[in-house]
Design a protein around this ligand. Sequence first.
Ligand SMILES: C=CC1=C(C)c2cc3[nH]c(cc4nc(cc5[nH]c(cc1n2)c(C)c5CCC(=O)O)C(CCC(=O)O)=C4C)c(C)c3C=C
Ligand SMILES: [Fe+2]
Ligand SMILES: [Fe+2]
Length: 313
Amino acid sequence: MNKALLLLNMGGPNNIGEVELFLRNMFADRNILPMNPYMRKFIANIIISKRLEDVKENYRLLGGKSPLPDLTAQLVTKLRERLSLPVYAAMRYVPPFADEALYRCQREGVEELILFPMYPQYSTTTTLSSVEDIEQRCAAMGYAPKITVIDPYYDDYDYIEICCEKIMEAMKGRETREYDLLLSAHGLPMSIIKAGDPYQNQIEGNVSAIKTYLASKEIVFHDIKLVYQSKVGSSAWLEPNLADVLRNPTHRKVLIYPLAFTIDNSETVFELDIEHREIAEKLKYEDFVVAKCMNDDEKFVQLIVDRVDACTV
Ligand SMILES: C=CC1=C(C)c2cc3[nH]c(cc4nc(cc5[nH]c(cc1n2)c(C)c5CCC(=O)O)C(CCC(=O)O)=C4C)c(C)c3C=C
Ligand SMILES: [Fe+2]
Ligand SMILES: [Fe+2]
């Protein structure tokens, strides 16, 4: 069977003009704001009118765009060198939308789409949202390929090994016993968790697996804590919130590892490395280190190749 690989992610604005499109598409997503369409539009308009200029300013500080599209393109290039099937990025809220890949796949007679979520943990707000988007676009095009979604990999040994290598790479020889390791996951509204989203359980499984791996290598941190970042709005979200933890320091040397992203984006290079660093500097932290995501790391390329190979035997 003719197959193609699609990497699923939400995407990031490619320029300042796309910031509004990103926010409009995100808040039009029923998986992000699960409520009736009229209410969703009302809430979306409130959030966007409040946030748009601030968010644009954040992207200006990053050079006018998110780092996510270019980093994803680099990963796609490496995967194309390693795999004998077409590889595309399919973003949910900004180009390259899934359409671009799907039209090519349809034209080239691809009969099976292998969907690799760039999210290690499953959430209705991320993986399900992207999978539904692809199903709907295929239906609209009259295209009916077999769809295979790669399972969440949050507790797979090779994924955990790369997480720990990224953590140790960021430490650059610093003494781990002197540092708190903050494993920072993107937050979610409690209402979504209470409706049955498995994200929190999978995040906790990811954290346990990292702790077990580090212990097996006799790597000891002063403390290891799970925190949640990037809260939006005033409803209850998963706790503890990273900004609150940083504002109430019990220890002033920290390393932050972004747990829910595989590709660096505005939430890592801006929110963690610029905004949260400012909090730490004001409160006289002795050291504040932010680890890199996997991006196009050779071992992450290998992990994806292995998962795809397992679907193509
Ligand atoms: C209700 C709001 C949001 C939910 C739920 C949410 C879940 C969620 N998001 C990511 C990953 C990313 N989010 C990014 C940006 C971003 N996310 C929200 C809101 C929610 N996210 C907003 C408003 C924004 C825009 C920026 C901002 O306002 O700070 C990005 C960044 C992309 C980039 O530009 O580089 C990522 C990545 C996950 C993994 C997730 C649920 C688990
Ligand atoms: Fe987000
Ligand atoms: Fe944010």
